[in-house]
Design a protein around this ligand. Structure first.
Ligand code: UDP
Ligand code: MG
Length: 331
């Protein structure tokens, strides 16, 4: 029996890009006649015509399924919904703007489902993609991204690859492992690294989005980076304790110096500007780390509420489980 590949696509205001993506994907699907395909389009509370575009595509193609959220829950929630609803043996996640080129799919497939006709290729559980260039991206964004990856890899036990995209082809086993991580604050790049499995990295040059515009402002990316660090490292908390001890030691040495100076030379009442500077500095550090602790506390607070990751408003899937969506004649 043919294997089924599910293509999961998170979409937020992608009415312009989605039809182009679908055309691109169809071209690739035509070159892979040995597989069945299904599309899981997730409308992440779009305010444009995205849902209508999905509906009209689904009318003409029974392989298209859509899930529409009650509001914008973010790309992480959209990815999770797509994975939870995908019924395929192999599951691919890609963006709607063709920045994750569908044409790379056969290459990814080579590693996850090697065919006997191919030269013997090692079988992997997951083929992941990585941009080797950030061409077309604002330089400040690339610079910050590079610093972020350096930082997080120093701080976290799980290794995150610089330039890694959320464009992957995975076996059902990997997807089940990802779904089993039910944390509220999701950071997919970290989760993929956390679940492990044999992963083949496929590299490609950055591609510009085909239509529409990016949904990630600098501020949104910054918050996402903090989320990644808080979700996968407790080093900032340890750093607070370390700096606390360091400042105590410095203070202790300074006290001794002051005592000796007073005993030896009397008590010159100079030095209050330096005192003010020191007070400002240490209280700044204290407030900063109070903020860091608050960040962890806030995340823990959100986790304890066990709120759903997303709320579905409309779908053409008749059930929520990952049971096969295909009618028998399509298999
Ligand atoms: N996206 C989403 N919800 C959001 C933001 C983005 O589902 O809140 C989707 C978006 O439609 C696209 C993918 O996530 O398919 C990547 O977004 P985008 O292209 O804006 O990010 P960039 O490639 O600029 O990092
Ligand atoms: Mg994009």
């Amino acid at each position: 029996m043919k294997k089924t590949i599910s293509i999961v696509v998170p979409c937020y205001n992608e009415a312009a890009a989605l039809p182009l993506f679908y055309q691109e994907a169809l071209k690739v699907i035509d070159t892979l006649p040995n597989y069945n395909f299904e599309f899981i389009f997730v409308d992440d509370g779009s305010t444009d015509e995205t849902l209508n575009v999905m509906k009209s595509l689904a009318e003409h193609d029974p392989r298209i399924f859509y899930v529409s959220f009650s509001r914008n829950f973010g790309k992480e929630a959209a990815l999770l919904a797509g994975l939870e609803h995908a019924s395929g043996d192999l599951i691919a996640t890609m963006d709607a703007d063709c920045q994750d080129p569908p044409s790379l799919l056969p290459e990814l497939l080579k590693y996850v489902d090697p065919q006997p006709s191919q030269n013997p290729v090692e079988k992997y559980d997951c083929a992941a993609t990585r941009r080797v260039t950030r061409k077309g991206e604002p330089p400040i964004r690339s610079f910050c991204a590079r610093i972020f990856y350096k930082l997080i890899n120093r701080m976290s036990k799980v290794e995150m690859v610089d330039g890694a995209r959320d464009y992957r082809l995975m076996t059902r086993q990997v997807v089940d492992a990802i779904i089993s991580c039910q944390e509220y604050n999701r950071y997919s790049k970290g989760l993929w690294a956390f679940v492990g499995f044999k992963t083949k990295w496929v590299e490609y040059e950055n591609v510009q989005r085909v239509a529409g515009e990016t949904k990630w402002s600098f501020w949104k990316l910054f918050k996402y980076a903090i989320e990644g660090i808080v979700a996968f490292s407790t080093v900032p908390l340890t750093l607070a304790a370390f700096l606390g001890v360091l400042f105590c030691l410095i203070a202790f040495v300074m006290i001794i110096v002051v005592i000796i100076k007073t005993l030896a030379f009397g008590d010159p009442a100079a030095g209050w500007p330096s005192l003010v500077c020191l007070i400002m500095f240490t209280s700044g550090i204290q407030l900063f780390f109070l903020g860091v602790i608050g960040e962890y506390l806030a995340k823990a607070y959100l986790e304890t509420k066990h709120r759903p990751h997303y709320i579905t408003r409309e779908t053409n899937l008749s059930h929520n489980s990952a049971a096969p969506h295909f009618s028998k004649d399509l298999q």
